[in-house]
Design a protein around this ligand. Structure first.
Ligand code: GLC
Ligand code: CA
Length: 554
């Protein structure tokens, strides 16, 4: 087996290509655009890319409904173009991870079209068909079952109607998955981010879920299902031949089940995306918004840090294509710069592999479109039509503004020219109105920008064994405004102090640090004259201030 531990020292950049950079001038981001921006990506101090799906797709769920696993969407380029990006990235020391979406396909995939034709062809059992549906709800669109006239049966779709679930219990389907994996691994990719992978094994008999739960009532019967480890082991064997990493997405996953995937002789996944820390201002989905609660956030962070401290390894992220922009949620658009930087440091120096989502590094924020008709994300539209529909329209729209996944999918803001330098022509989706100030070019020119702060963070993280391998300890967990944690390794320790307040706040130095001299390694305000930590046990933090102190122990 080849070495695959590289992920522990990696910093990932996630590309949702449709909105990254338009290289051929049709208003849609593509691989020509990515190729041109590789030097920019490299300049961020990252050494791996995760591509959200690049495959042919009718885009009912923007690429997560795949109609051909072994090709590139014509909007984005060709297989040759992909290979060019891959080879160039490798030359630059950047690894490439593909999205593997195998819980479901598109209903326009050849397998599904064949499966609809009847009960006894080669593809009949590729999907989950029933004469009578159970009571499961879909996560994206009404009931989880849709009737198909041609076949005269219902098919299961945990997500949108156009995303029929594959029947992973069928060994032929698993062989197809392995073929797909080999296709991309043979081309040279370095691993997979595996979409909702914890859902692929459904409980025999598909029992009814609790009737009163909206959306997720069937989840106990399809999350961490009976054969999941068995199936993942089969996929792991393929990955292992190539030394490829497997990063699983685990919606609503618990520490306990994550440990089953990540540790032990059965270890099937290298990394997992968990969601607990994305629920500090909402319940279940961002749409069910509530006031941001720092104590909740810290509890989630620390729970995962502790659980995976000895064995296992965390992913660290605050944004991706499924969540609205983090400054608009956990930070403050009014304190845009300070809070954008503080948020960068608050997660990146924890123990684990950091992921940065396109646009996060320049502090992109949520868009607020006037009409629900302007939104394109299937789940935003469902939430709008499902919850609190008696509320006045402005209230319902306010919830969309806070929660929509579309906020993370607006065109990347490269400069202050028309269409934010994303494209020469009108882009496929709305550009955020703040593009004149929030853009790469402006931030390249500003020494103190969010962008340059991200660079400092990745540099510090990658160059410090303490910040990579060191232990994690949180102080003052009950403090409602400040997050303080320590990383420690050998004789070096770091103290990371983050204010989540728009006011000045007093900060307490942990007892054992009182009187010790630390060097201020990073701060989002002009550095104080003295870089040594004050001997006073109390100190005032400015709004959204972050300080990272480095200590050398005797
Ligand atoms: C994952 C993806 C999300 C997609 C869903 C269904 O959560 O990240 O974008 O909509 O799976 O494929
Ligand atoms: Ca294009």
């Amino acid at each position: 087996m080849m070495q695959r531990d590289w992920y522990k020292t990696a910093v990932f950049y996630q590309i949702w290509v449709r909105s990254f950079a338009d290289g051929n001038g049709d208003g849609i981001g593509d691989l020509y655009g990515v190729y041109k921006k590789l030097p920019y990506i490299k300049s961020l101090g990252v050494n791996a890319i995760w591509f959200s799906p690049l495959y042919p797709s009718p885009n009912a769920d923007f690429g997560y409904d795949i109609s051909d696993y072994c090709d590139i969407h014509p909007d984005y380029g060709t297989l040759d173009q992909f290979k060019k990006v891959l080879d160039r990235a490798h030359e630059m020391g950047i690894r490439v991870v593909m999205d593997l979406v195998i819980n479901h396909t598109s209903d326009e995939h050849k397998w599904f079209k064949e499966s609809c034709k009847g009960k006894d062809n080669e593809y009949s059992d590729y999907y989950i068909w029933r004469d009578k549906p159970n009571n499961w709800n879909s996560i994206f669109e009404g009931k989880a079952w849709e009737y198909n006239e041609e076949r005269g049966q219902y098919y299961l779709h945990i997500f949108a109607k156009k995303q029929p679930d594959l029947n992973m219990d069928n060994p032929k389907v698993r062989e197809e998955v392995k073929k797909i994996m080999r296709f991309w691994l043979d081309m040279g990719v370095d691993g997979f981010r595996e979409d909702v992978i914890t859902f692929i094994s459904k409980k025999e008999g598909l029992p009814d879920g609790l009737p009163f739960l909206p959306i997720v009532n069937g989840m106990p019967y399809y999350k961490d299902g009976p054969h999941i480890i068995e199936y993942l082991k089969e996929f792991r064997e393929v990955s292992d031949e190539y030394g490829a990493v497997q990063i699983g997405e685990g919606p609503m996953t618990t520490v306990r089940s994550a440990l089953k995937y990540l540790t032990g002789p059965e270890k099937t996944l290298d990394l997992m995306f968990s969601f607990d820390h994305m629920l500090a201002d909402c319940f279940y989905t961002e749409y069910l918004h509530r006031k941001f609660d720092l104590v909740k956030l810290k509890r989630a962070f620390s729970k995962w840090q502790r659980a995976l401290n000895n064995d296992g390894w965390n992913t660290l992220y605050l944004e991706n294509h499924d969540h609205p922009r983090i400054i608009s949620r956990y930070g403050s658009e009014r304190h845009w710069k300070a809070s954008g930087k503080m948020l960068a440091a608050c997660y990146m120096f924890q123990k684990g592999t950091p992921f940065i989502y396109q646009g996060q590094e320049i502090g992109m924020t949520n868009i607020r479109l006037r009409d629900i008709a302007h939104y394109v994300d299937v789940s935003s539209i469902m939430n709008f039509n499902l919850f609190n529909t008696d509320d006045p329209i402005n209230k319902r729209m306010a919830r969309i503004h806070i929660s929509s996944r579309d906020s993370s999918r607006t065109p990347m803001q490269w400069n202050g020219t028309k269409y934010a330098g994303f494209s020469r022509v009108k882009p496929w989706f709305y550009v955020n109105r703040n593009y004149k100030t929030v853009n790469v070019k402006a931030e390249e020119e500003d020494h103190g920008s969010i962008l340059n702060f991200y660079r400092k963070c990745t540099e510090l993280k990658s160059s410090s064994k303490t910040l990579i391998y060191g232990s994690y300890r949180e102080f003052f967990p009950k403090n409602r405004h400040i997050y303080t944690y320590e990383r420690k390794w050998d004789n070096i320790s770091y103290l990371v102090i983050c204010s989540f307040s728009s006011h000045g706040r007093h900060w307490n130095i942990p007892d054992e640090y009182v009187g010790r001299i630390g060097k201020l390694a990073l701060c989002n305000y002009p550095m104080p004259v003295s870089t040594a930590i004050s001997q006073k046990p109390r100190d005032l933090l400015r709004p959204y201030e972050v300080r990272v102190y480095r200590y050398k122990l005797k």
